[in-house]
Design a protein. Structure first.
Length: 431
C-alpha cells in the first residue's frame, strides 16, 4: 500500500538529502515509505506539507507528478510560512487552475493542469544573485516564465520545496533524475551543503519569523504611518527631475518591489521624493546601492524639504495621546479627595480647542472656624492645583505634585488614640 501510517514508515536513508518531511505536514497528509510521495483525503480543505532541504543560494529544481486527477498547488515556502501555499507572504505557489499566488493574492499564470493525471510540474528556484532571486515553473517541460521575483527581506531566509492540495489528491516528488530537467538548474538532491539551511529548519524558521514581512496596510503606506526605518529620501543630481516610471521599473527588477509594496510622494519640482516601504530592508538596500542618478538618505538625515513633506503627509497623533493621558490620570485620581469631581470632569473632557494657559480657579473652600487659621493641616489637605491644562505631561506633573502635598500633610497630622495606619495614594504607580 502506498500510504503508510507513522509507525509503519520506513527509516530515511542516511545519505538522503532531499525528501518530504513527516514532521512538517498537516494532519491528514500521508507519506509513502521513501518520503517522496504524499496523498490526502479531506473534505473541502487545503492540506499540504514541506520538504527538505531549505535553499539559501544557488539554482535548484524538483518535480511534482500528479498520480490521479486532482487539484494541486506546488512551489516553495519558508519554514515559518503556511502549508497552504501562496496564502502568506513567505510562500509562493502555482496552482492547477492556472493561477500563481503569494500573500493571498492570486494572478493568472501559465497553463492549467487541474485533473491532469500524469502531468509533471517542475519548480525552479534561482538564488544566484541576491537582488535578482526568482521562482518559475514548467509544465511537462514547457517553461511558463518567471512567476515571482523574491523581495529583498527574504534574501537570508531559506525556502523549502512544498505542495498542497484540495480534498482528495495524490502526488509524487522527484528530487533527482528528473523527467524534464531545466538547463542551468541542479537537482535538489544534488545540492551543495554550502547552499543549504540546516536540515532541521529551526534556524530558518526563526529567521523567517523575525524577517520584516510586508503586513503594512495600503492606508498606512499612503499616510507614511510606518516606522522611520521604512522611509527613504531620494534626490536627483542637480535640478534634474526624477524619472518616475524608470524608478518603478528599477525597484521591481532589482528588489522585487511592486507598486503595492511602496508609496512615493514627490516634491513640486520633481527633484526629490520620499518613499515608504513595507520593510526597512528595502530602504537600507537603497541607501547602500542607490538607483542610477539618485542619492538616497535615511532618517534622520533627511533634508528640510523632505522632512516638511513627510510631516505634511503623516497623521498627527498628539491629540490621541493627550486624550489617553487625561483618561489615565482621571481614573487614577477618581477617589482621591485631593481633586474635586468638577476638576475630574474637566480632566476627562476632550478639549478640541487650542491649549489655554489661563488659570482655572478651584471651588472656594468652606470658611474656616474661628479657632482655625489658614495654615492648619485641615485646610492644607484641601489645596488643589490651580492650573489645569490639556497637556498630558502637565496633568501628570500636577497629579504627582498634589499627591506629594497630601502625603506631607498626612505625615504632619498628629496621631491620636494609639498607632494609626498611614493611608498612602490609591494608585501605586503614582506613589
Amino acid at each position: 500500500e502506498l500510504c503508510l501510517r507513522e509507525s509503519q514508515r520506513a527509516p530515511l536513508p542516511m545519505d538522503a538529502v532531499a525528501f518530504l518531511a513527516a514532521d512538517d505536514a498537516d494532519e491528514g497528509v500521508e507519506l509513502d515509505a521513501d518520503r517522496s510521495g504524499a496523498s490526502c483525503s479531506a473534505d473541502d480543505a487545503w492540506l499540504g506539507l514541506r520538504g527538505r532541504p531549505g535553499v539559501l543560494k544557488g539554482a535548484y529544481q524538483f518535480e511534482v507528478e500528479l498520480l490521479k486527477p486532482c487539484l494541486l498547488r506546488v512551489g516553495w515556502a519558508a519554514a515559518a510560512g503556511r502549508r497552504a501555499l501562496g496564502t502568506d507572504a513567505r510562500s509562493f505557489g502555482y496552482g492547477g487552475t492556472g493561477m500563481k499566488s503569494t500573500g493571498n493574492k492570486f494572478e493568472r499564470y501559465g497553463e492549467m493542469f487541474e485533473d491532469s493525471a500524469g502531468a509533471v510540474i517542475t519548480c525552479l528556484l534561482d538564488r544566484r544573485e541576491a537582488r535578482k532571486q526568482c521562482i518559475s515553473f514548467c509544465v511537462n517541460g514547457k517553461h511558463m516564465g518567471i512567476a515571482f521575483r523574491l523581495p529583498t527581506w527574504l534574501t537570508e531566509v531559506a525556502l523549502y520545496p512544498a505542495l498542497c492540495g484540495r480534498e482528495d489528491w495524490q502526488a509524487r516528488c522527484r528530487f533527482r533524475d528528473l523527467r524534464y530537467p531545466h538547463g542551468g538548474f541542479r537537482d535538489l538532491a544534488e545540492a551543495c551543503s554550502a547552499d543549504l539551511a540546516p536540515d532541521s529548519g529551526r534556524e530558518s524558521a526563526a529567521a523567517a519569523v523575525f524577517a520584516a514581512a510586508p503586513f503594512v496596510e495600503e492606508r498606512e503606506l499612503q499616510q507614511f504611518d510606518v516606522p522611520d526605518e521604512n522611509i527613504a529620501e531620494m534626490r536627483s543630481a542637480g535640478s534634474a527631475t526624477i524619472d518616475r516610471q524608470g524608478l518603478r521599473r528599477w525597484l521591481l527588477d532589482e528588489h522585487g518591489v511592486s507598486s503595492a509594496d511602496m508609496h512615493t510622494e514627490y516634491s513640486e519640482n520633481g527633484c526629490m521624493a520620499i518613499a515608504a516601504f513595507t520593510t526597512h530592508r528595502v530602504a537600507r538596500s537603497l541607501a547602500a546601492d542607490p538607483p542610477p542618478g539618485l542619492k538616497v538618505f535615511l532618517r534622520p538625515s533627511f533634508s528640510p524639504a523632505a522632512a516638511d513633506l513627510l510631516a505634511a503627509r503623516r497623521p498627527c497623533k498628539r491629540r490621541t495621546t493627550d486624550a489617553v493621558a487625561r483618561r489615565l490620570i482621571a481614573g487614577a485620581l477618581d477617589r482621591d479627595g485631593l481633586l474635586t469631581q468638577e476638576q475630574l470632569r474637566m480632566i476627562r473632557a476632550r478639549d478640541s480647542k487650542p491649549e489655554n494657559t489661563e488659570r482655572i480657579p478651584p471651588p472656594a473652600p468652606p470658611m474656616p472656624d474661628s479657632d482655625e487659621d489658614s495654615s492648619s493641616p485641615r485646610l492644607q489637605r484641601r489645596e488643589v492645583s490651580q492650573k489645569i491644562t490639556p497637556t498630558g505631561n502637565r496633568l501628570l506633573g500636577a497629579a504627582l505634585q498634589g499627591l506629594g502635598r497630601k502625603r506631607q500633610s498626612q505625615a504632619e497630622t498628629p496621631q491620636q488614640g494609639g498607632e494609626r495606619r498611614t493611608r498612602g495614594p490609591r494608585n501605586a504607580l503614582l506613589a
